[in-house]
Design a protein around this ligand. Structure first.
Ligand code: CA2
Length: 146
């Protein structure tokens, strides 16, 4: 099985700013940890980041025939993007919404997510570990679908 990890705007800055909220780990470090764990589980990973909503929508569309599960940290687009929600619903793959921070402990504008209503599940607040937990969730969601 192949899991598509999608990362939204500004996540390329991880590890360089606001370490008190997002930690000191870079997105590259997270990708490496996910790939290491996936290797032990015999799972293939595609790992992408974009600052452009349209690019993320395009990746969701083209994942339909190549991937089994989408894991998505849409960054701030979580709270604004009906387009990403519709793309997830349209592609039909199970999607797991993830966040580094616990968005419900933060500002009220981060409490609403356009994606949660079309997600198989949500993992938030565990930093880098959110990405690793999502891999277990992806395998489980895929197994229960077969
Ligand atoms: O907690 C998360 O993973 C978020 O998706 C991160 C988004 C934020 O808008 C969401 O509400 C919650 C922000 C990603 C930007 O990451 C930065 C990393 C370093 C420096 C500045 C931003």
């Amino acid at each position: 099985m192949k899991v598509l990890y999608l990362n939204g705007p500004n996540l390329n800055l991880l590890g360089t700013r606001e370490p008190e909220i997002y930690g000191k780990t870079t997105l590259g470090d997270i990708e490496k940890s996910v790939r290491d764990k996936a290797g032990q589980m015999d799972v293939e990973i595609e790992f992408r980041q974009s600052n452009a909503e349209s690019e993320i929508v395009g990746w969701i569309h083209s994942s339909k025939n190549t991937c089994s599960v989408i894991v998505i940290n849409a960054g701030a687009l979580t709270h604004t993007s009906l387009a990403i929600r519709d793309a997830i619903a349209a592609c039909g793959l199970p999607a797991i919404e993830i966040h580094l921070s616990n968005t419900h402990r933060r500002e009220p504008f981060r409490h609403f997510s356009y994606l949660s209503g079309v997600a198989a599940g949500i993992i938030a607040g565990f930093g880098k570990q959110s990405y690793l937990l999502a891999l277990d969730a992806a395998v489980s969601v895929h197994a229960n679908r077969k």
